[in-house]
Design a protein around this ligand. Structure first.
Ligand SMILES: [Zn+2]
Length: 413
């Protein structure tokens, strides 16, 4: 009886042994190993008064009925990237299963508690992340494109999903699953270096970053490297180079965790005997606050126009992709803070750089919070991904404390 965090670690070890190899976890969604991983999750809940259901989008739901139909959801994803880590996504599920076990053993909870294993969070096979959660949360709009996707072996997405009982045309029927949802909780490894650098095991997550992603094309004039005096050059790379450095100051100036990355510059003609005529630069800017994100972009665009003038070149901006910041629920962040302090003494709130299923749930209007546990060396999506066992166990305890607080909060309003 009672919560047993060591059982979660044992289940993670079992999962690693049965669904991984020397290169790492191999639970790519819509494969046999993934299905085996999902069976191990179901096994962790065997013998409990928990109903198992697979929805139209392939998400697995485990429901412990409470006195009220209003439900506290705990989520994660059993799928992994190829050669993935042993914790990403499955820690959330197996820790959630342990919390559900503890609650079930104590009798009927005041509200319903549901564990969800989202289908295909990683998008490793078809390049479409958050597939199951976006279908259930109502943001999926790309069914027409999904029908055309083909994997590396030529298998079309609708066929791969059909093998697991999922019909692309009916995926969004999974929306009904969220009707009774009153709160959503997700534990996850941080996948970054912040908690480790602070020497802290756990932290509540404030939300997921908004992203502005742009392609910036600088246009100058190709000219001979030998015969063109320095003062007469119109060097496209000079603009890109100045901007690549300026975004550091812009990030510092805006602050609040702002990050800016110039991820690539492609130069043409790209030979040593010519001044660069065009430089195509990729810029990624992220912030948790929509206004500050817009400010990051405005400052970078303003700087680029100044550099274009200085270098007598042209600059053009193209938006490649973007997403608004998704803040988590203030009350649940507070409850998560309390839970972390209770089990670890100190708490540190931090934003999430990567997107998670939790972002889809939050976007659909369900109060949501995530809990991060420290990642060693900040590594993830590699077999080197790791977290100290003592921290894994603490994270299970914190999720358990958070679940109790959330159940009481939902029952009380
Ligand atoms: Zn994950």
């Amino acid at each position: 009886m009672g919560l047993d965090p060591a059982r979660v670690v044992a289940n993670l070890e079992r999962l690693r042994a049965e669904t991984g190899d020397e290169s790492g976890a191999q639970r790519v969604a819509w494969t046999e190993t993934w299905a085996r991983g999902r069976a191990i999750l179901a096994d962790a809940l065997a013998g409990l008064p928990v109903e198992h259901e697979r929805d139209e989008a392939g998400n697995d739901w485990f429901t412990l009925r409470g006195a009220s139909k209003r439900a506290v959801l705990i989520g994660g994803h059993m799928d992994s990237v190829p050669n993935g880590g042993w914790l990403d996504g499955c820690l959330n599920c197996l820790a959630g299963a342990e919390v559900v076990r503890r609650l079930a053993e104590e009798g009927t909870p005041p509200v319903t508690v549901r564990l969800v294993d989202w289908a295909d969070e990683e998008g490793a096979r078809y390049g479409r992340s958050l597939l199951g959660s976006s279908a259930a949360c109502g943001s999926m709009r790309d069914q027409a494109e999904l029908r055309k996707l083909v994997d590396r072996d030529g298998v079309a997405l609708p066929n791969a999903l059909a093998a697991y009982g999922v019909d692309v045309d009916r995926m969004t029927d999974a929306r009904r699953q969220l009707k009774s949802a009153a709160a959503y909780l997700e534990l996850h490894i941080e996948q970054g270096p912040v908690l480790e650098s602070l020497g802290l095991p756990l932290g509540p997550v404030l939300g997921t970053f908004g992203v502005e992603r742009h392609r910036i094309t600088w246009t100058g004039q190709a000219a001979h490297s030998g015969s063109t005096p320095m003062a007469q050059r119109r060097d496209a790379l000079a603009g890109a180079a100045k901007l690549a450095l300026a975004i550091r100051e812009i990030a510092a100036q805006v602050g609040g965790g702002a990050v800016c990355t110039s991820g690539n510059v492609v130069c043409k003609p790209g030979i040593v005997t010519s001044v660069v005529e065009t430089a195509e630069q990729l810029l990624d800017q992220r912030h948790l606050d929509a206004g500050q994100l817009a400010e990051l972009l405005r400052l970078a665009q303003e700087a680029s126009r100044r550099f274009a003038e200085e270098e007598r070149i042209d600059v053009a901006w193209d938006r490649v992709w973007g997403i608004e910041p998704i803040p988590f629920d203030e009350t649940l962040i507070g409850l998560c803070d309390e839970a972390v302090r209770e089990v670890a003494g100190t708490s540190h709130r931090l934003p999430s750089g990567p997107l998670h299923d939790a972002a889809e749930v939050a976007r659909s209007g369900v109060p949501t919070v995530m809990l991060f546990v420290q990642s060693l060396r900040g590594l993830s999506h590699t077999r080197l991904e790791d977290t100290k066992v003592e921290h894994l166990e603490l994270s299970v305890r914190a999720l358990d404390r958070l679940a109790d607080r959330t159940i009481a909060w939902v029952a009380g309003h």
